[in-house]
Design a protein around this ligand. Structure first.
Ligand SMILES: [Zn+2]
Length: 451
């Protein structure tokens, strides 16, 4: 029976165009992977929750920056860097971009930086650090982080060796939409009827010996299980740790999806719960790796990077004066600053949101969007691009995490992700044209790299 089964599988594999076309081409890739510890030293101000009252108290889990460098047969490259961190600050992206261009000739469109958005890591900048004693420490951490990212990219490029790439996926169900309508209000509360994206996309990297070398995987959900004062990577940190423990020598990299309006549930804010959700996600990755027909990726590797100019709505004096009366301290403080700024000259009218498209031949399209990307972007892109490419992977939190990126629906509904969260940071909320600007740029970039 066993022999018959194996034989049947072999026949199925031989008959499948996916398998038949794959084997000779896949080793045309080169891949290198590296990891660097980015755990802060001593007590730091932690990012993510405005209500924190004191600095960190020890480390429950180390944080890492990891780089996966890929190169096709023609020498086209992509370096994906994943960070166990709240954000990719724009200044750090710019610093890294210019340094790796100078040192390694890596073009901006070939560099992808993604943050897991753990709420149990350090703040890499002064913004949101209320205690002046910790502002300098946050800025020093940011400078050191930039230098470490440049170093880990150099190491991954140096490690590059012949490799095979496959795409596979599974699903995990612990992410739930966190925008619940109660009367006219949108509350932060689990909404079982709200949109979700439960995909767990996986890029499997094998060495020339056929052995697993790296796993890049994604999920669309806030890393907000834990909320206390010990540094840790939240569920994504635990998922990576479980995968690496089970497969010594393999580097597992977590890429955050469009989880801007998704929370992990149940959410008891404990380390045990973070580990449990991490286990669930690691199991989904293992399930994806057990899929028989994984899609071999062929070149060419093509990438494009553009910036969608997002307009601010409501930035007149009257709006700012109204916001300066807000009970929300961040919103009030920012409105007061902006009123002062308005006396010197006009406020900025828009903000550039990075949008990156990476194609692995006709096999896989990876779209990486800036900001705290909400789930509608992922669902819409998977629908709209599905006709052109069989596999679509949408990452959020990429290249510049400047605040929330609501979809049209979320902006119209308002609430935290659609309105109030950005007011502590930006001159105003986004207009309802935001979603279409992003999506049209994705299509434009896809077309540009197909010609
Ligand atoms: Zn967030």
């Amino acid at each position: 029976m066993k022999t018959f089964l194996r034989l049947t599988l072999a026949l199925v594999a031989a008959a499948s165009p996916v398998f038949a076309a794959a084997t000779p081409a896949i080793l045309a890739w080169k891949a290198g992977v590296a990891s660097i510890d980015i755990t802060p030293e001593g007590p730091v101000w932690m990012a993510g929750y405005g209500a924190r009252k004191k600095p960190s108290e020890g480390v429950a889990q180390k944080l890492n920056a990891k780089a996966l460098a890929l190169e096709d047969a023609a020498g086209n490259r992509l370096v994906a860097v994943t960070l166990d961190l709240i954000s990719v600050p724009r200044a750090i992206r710019e610093g890294v971009e210019s340094q790796v261009r100078e040192r390694h000739g890596l073009r901006p469109e070939s560099l992808l930086l993604n943050a897991s958005h753990t709420h149990s890591g350090p703040s890499p900048y002064a913004w949101g650090v209320p205690d002046p004693a910790y502002v300098g420490k946050a800025e020093a951490y940011g400078r050191e982080l930039e230098e470490k990212i440049v170093r880990v990219i150099g190491e991954a490029l140096k490690q590059s060796a012949p490799a095979g790439l496959h795409y596979t996926r599974a699903r995990a169900g612990f992410a739930m939409n966190r925008r619940l309508r109660v009367g006219t209000e949108i509350r932060n509360s689990p909404n079982p009827d709200g949109p979700v994206d439960h995909d767990v996309p996986v890029l499997r990297v094998n060495g020339a010996d056929g052995k697993l070398k790296a796993i890049l995987f994604g999920y669309a959900c806030h890393n907000t299980v834990t909320g206390f004062y010990k540094i840790n990577g939240d569920y994504a940190g635990y998922a990576q740790a479980y995968l690496e423990e089970a497969r010594p020598g393999v580097v597992a990299l977590f890429m955050m999806g469009a989880g801007g309006d998704q929370n992990p549930y149940p959410r008891y804010l404990s380390l045990e719960q973070a580990a449990q959700h991490g286990r669930t996600l690691a199991n989904a990755v293992e399930a994806a790796l057990s899929v028989v027909e994984q899609r071999p990726l062929h070149g060419p590797l093509r990438s494009a990077l553009g910036y969608a100019e997002l307009d601010y709505a409501d930035i007149g004096r009257a709006d700012l004066e109204r916001r300066a009366q807000s009970k929300n301290v961040a919103e009030k403080t920012r409105a007061e600053e902006l009123l002062k700024q308005l006396q010197q000259g006009p406020l900025p009218r828009s903000y550039p949101c990075p949008v990156q498209v990476v194609q692995f031949g006709a096999d896989l399209t990876l779209v990486a969007i800036g900001g705290e990307t909400t789930v509608d972007y992922s669902l819409r892109l998977k629908r709209e691009l599905a006709g052109e490419r069989p596999a679509i992977w949408v990452a959020g939190y990429s290249n510049d995490v400047f605040g929330y990126l609501g979809s049209r629906r979320v902006i119209v509904e308002g609430g935290y992700e659609g309105y109030s969260a950005n007011l502590g940071r930006h001159p105003g909320p986004w207009t309802t044209s935001t979603e279409d600007r992003i999506i049209s740029l994705v299509h434009e970039l896809s077309r540009s790299i197909n010609h």
